[in-house]
Design a protein around this ligand. Structure first.
Ligand SMILES: [Fe+2]
Ligand SMILES: [Fe+2]
Length: 131
């Protein structure tokens, strides 16, 4: 079974963001079944993709004067800080720590973030586009 099974709750209805979320899910599921030898490079790929995904959302917040920008950007920063900590461990050969982060931390975080902060951002973007 995949670590994250995509479901309707994961679809926010804004293509640019939904595409990033699809890729995040695919990378997480790929990492879960990766060998120890392949894990560090894939972890790096997930980290880089997440930085780009967050940058794209941050840019939308700025562009459309999103009132929740500070909190949402702050949450992105916090998660990237966790990524950096775990990447340091993974690069030292501590793959078990990276696997725990991917299996036990990221799926729960992602589900909550998408249904709260990302969904609230999309509601704002959709309102903006209507006016
Ligand atoms: Fe997102
Ligand atoms: Fe976000």
């Amino acid at each position: 079974m995949a670590l994250i099974e995509k479901n309707t709750l994961h679809i926010v209805g804004y293509d640019l963001i939904d595409r990033d979320h699809d890729e995040f899910i695919a990378l997480i599921n790929h990492l879960d079944s990766a060998s120890n030898a392949d894990f560090p490079a894939l972890f790096q790929q997930l980290h880089e993709h997440t930085e780009q995904h967050f940058d794209r959302e941050n840019q939308l917040m700025l562009q459309f004067a999103y009132p929740g920008e500070i909190e949402h950007k702050g949450e992105h920063q916090r998660v990237l800080g966790e990524f950096r900590q775990f990447k340091t461990r993974v690069n030292k050969g501590m793959i078990t720590f990276g696997r725990a982060f991917v299996r036990e931390r990221l799926p729960q975080w992602f589900g909550l973030h998408v249904t709260t902060m990302d969904s609230a951002l999309v509601a704002h973007l959709n309102n903006h586009n209507l006016t």
